[in-house]
Design a protein around this ligand. Structure first.
Ligand code: G3P
Length: 309
């Protein structure tokens, strides 16, 4: 577990300088206690999952990608557009990230302009790299060039598929308003590729318990405690690295932790200094549950029956 005291005050100092993210009506006397975050977004395109979380004040934004739109039922470009516009209207003025699907600079800029025209709260998600994996003739700097071009057009960008802090810095330098480190995929990678007898693969940090890891990556075991727990999660270590770098240089790009697999990663990302967490609805829906909360509710309810008449 990383030392949580590291750079806490610097991270907080950077965050209070960021724009206020929770809207409070002007006639409200009681100030909102969590104005400076952290913000929680829903990582889904399903309106049925988003609406209750939004009405409950849990989320203040949504992130989508082509996979999530497909999962939400979109079978064509026009259906994806329909769902995206519905999301933009429901969430307004809070941000909804919509991902680019084109792969060349000019096409991506045109697509981004189109997506941005659907709602003023649209944030354009740009893959930071990987273009040559699709076609070796593609320009490896495509993502960064598009980010720069969109920033010049006053379009807010979420740089996605971030797996190291240098990518995050490059994206911030290009003009991204958000960077999305995929901590879950990184942890999955470490579990699958790090072996006790070998040096860690491309991952920078060993996880201590990989010897016991099963196929299931979810960490619901009672042995694990987020604060002071013994597992090193390379995903949250990445978040911390970016938080320290951005705080060192007062970079205002927001760290949008993404690709969650479990509750522990939620707590760890918050401790590591993420500005925003985008979490799948099934995890968000269960975060407030705890066996002791359930037991407490049951006993309070039983005892309250005495006062019922
Ligand atoms: O926001 C990014 C996220 O949707 C990726 O998550 O679960 O596909 O790694 P996952």
């Amino acid at each position: 577990m990383f030392p949580i005291s590291q750079s806490q005050s610097e991270t907080r100092g950077r965050r209070v300088q960021m724009p206020l993210t929770l809207k409070v009506s002007s006639d409200k006397k009681l100030p909102h206690p969590a104005t400076h975050g952290p913000r929680i977004f829903a990582d889904t395109a399903a309106i049925s999952e988003i609406e209750p979380l939004f009405r409950a004040g849990i989320i203040s934004g949504v992130t989508t990608n082509p996979t999530l739109l497909k999962r939400a039922g979109a079978k064509s470009t026009s259906q994806a557009k329909e769902i995206s516009i519905e999301l933009l209207k429901l969430l307004h003025p809070y941000p909804v990230s919509l991902e680019l699907t084109r792969l060349t600079e000019s096409e991506m800029i045109a697509e981004a302009m189109e997506l941005a025209s659907w709602g003023e709260n649209a944030v354009i998600k740009v893959p930071v790299g990987g273009y040559q994996a699709v076609d070796p003739t593609y320009d490896p700097y495509t993502g960064l060039k598009v980010i720069r071009a969109l920033w010049e057009r006053d379009i807010i960008i979420n740089a996605t598929l971030i797996f190291n802090s240098t990518q995050a810095l490059w994206a911030a330098r290009a003009g991204a308003g958000y960077v999305s480190p995929f901590l879950g995929r990184l942890a999955d990678y470490a579990y699958k590729n790090d072996h006790p007898e070998k040096a860690p693969g491309n991952s920078l940090y060993m996880v201590e318990d990989h010897k016991n890891a099963k196929g299931d990556q979810n960490v619901f075991n009672t042995e694990y405690v987020a604060c002071g727990g013994k597992r090193k999660d390379i995903g949250s270590r990445l978040i911390q690295e970016i938080a320290v770098i951005f705080s060192n240089y007062n970079i205002q790009t927001e760290i949008l932790a993404a690709s969650f697999r479990n509750f522990a990663q939620v707590s760890e990302s918050l401790l590591a200094g993420a500005d925003i967490l985008t979490v799948p609805a099934d995890i968000l829906g269960k975060v407030a549950d705890h066996p002791l909360t359930t037991a407490g509710m049951q006993s309070f309810y039983e005892d309250s029956k005495v006062f019922a008449e």
